[in-house]
Design a protein around this ligand. Structure first.
Ligand code: CU
Length: 358
């Protein structure tokens, strides 16, 4: 045996081992029920309808895989070149084989098509049995999410609250370019397209209380990857309490750093914040950026990039263009934005003020 020949089986074994390792590492991710963005352990009715389809296709692909690979292995072994071989038998066409490999895949596709079409119709509108459907309007912006609850009179940004066990129906719109809305644990993705409204719905499971990250999944510009959101599934009573807090106007500070921050927020030569942000109950009525009426109650800021703390809030106010280059947070210059020119003292005061808006 030459050196080259003895190397070949070793290389083959190495390739198989690498493939096996890669597949097994995939399995551990697949089996992790706590993975926040797993799609294979859905927590809603809509998510389950998609998962059922996925399981069906996966199960059907197993015999197809074994069959096709089996035939390949058989052909490789049975018809391998032998020392005594001359030119193999030359054949053309085999009607029986060709009919078989047309009919069998057609049957497989038909079996997949029937539940797929029924799942598409199921996802179209909430089932007639859904009671007290909660309406939510989702508006995608470069690069954050706006949420309105038209029947509740509540608006928020980047943090979507839903009560467990109650069907939510979404109207999805865009303020600028095409985005796509996705909370993996709840179901699939739906495009968010300018000039039209798309729709989706799902019912978070009654036992799904928790926080589930979501994100934009359609490339929408430089900060696309930083266009995240949190879905907070509350118990019905927690959701009711949250709604009541969100409905209220902002409580204005009467002293301390918070009050100085409120003054800087409304000052065109200092914070300039009011020109882009709204705070209900004040003169700030801007619509370019998120409504800040209760921003202090949110877990994250900057569309899921920074944890909501006074220090991070100050960092975001002063260094928004370093943290999220290209975002519309900052002072407009030419076609873009630059960091706000606020003093450290003003930035700290504004941060204390908006953080107090719970
Ligand atoms: Cu995007």
């Amino acid at each position: 045996m030459t050196a080259q020949n003895s190397l070949r089986p070793r290389l083959l074994i190495l390739c198989w081992l690498l493939l096996l390792t890669a597949s097994l590492s995939g399995c551990t991710a697949f089996a992790d029920r706590t993975a926040p963005q797993s799609t294979v352990f859905p927590l809603s009715d809509w998510g389950r309808s998609i998962q059922d389809l996925y399981s069906l296709v996966f199960l059907m692909s197993i015999p197809v895989f074994i069959g096709v690979e089996g035939f390949i292995v058989y052909a490789v072994v049975r018809f391998r070149r032998r020392a005594s071989d001359e030119l193999p038998n030359q054949v053309h066409g085999n009607t029986r084989l060709e009919v078989a490999w047309t009919v069998i895949p057609s049957i497989v596709l038909l079996i997949i098509a029937i539940p797929t079409i029924s799942a598409i119709f199921y996802s179209d509108a909430p089932p007639a049995s859904a009671q007290n459907v909660l309406k939510v309007t989702v508006i995608g912006h470069q690069w954050w999410w706006e949420f309105h609850y038209p029947d509740l009179g509540v608006s928020t940004a980047n943090e979507l609250h839903l009560p467990a066990g109650r069907t939510a129906s979404f109207e999805l719109k865009s303020a600028d370019v095409i985005h796509s809305f996705w909370v993996p644990r709840m179901g699939g993705k739906v495009d968010v397209v300018p000039t039209r409204a798309n729709h989706m719905w799902f019912t978070p499971d009654a036992n799904a209380v928790g926080v589930y990250p979501g994100q934009c999944v359609e490339f929408c510009g430089i900060q696309h990857a930083n266009m995240r959101l949190d879905l907070v599934v509350d118990t019905p009573s927690d959701f009711e309490a949250w709604t009541q807090r969100q409905k209220a106007n902002a409580v204005q500070p009467t002293g301390g750093a918070e009050q100085q921050g409120a003054a800087a927020f409304m000052d065109a030569t200092r914070g300039l914040c009011f020109s882009c942000h709204a705070i209900r109950g004040t003169e700030a009525k801007g619509t370019i950026g998120p409504d800040l009426t209760h921003v202090g109650s949110r877990r994250m800021i900057a569309a899921g990039i920074l944890e909501n703390t006074p220090a991070n809030m100050q960092k975001w106010i002063q260094h928004s263009q370093d943290i999220k280059p290209g975002s519309k947070m900052g002072r407009p210059v030419g076609n873009g934005f630059q960091n706000l020119a606020v003093t450290d003292a003003d930035a700290a005061a504004i941060a204390a003020y908006v953080f107090s808006l719970k």
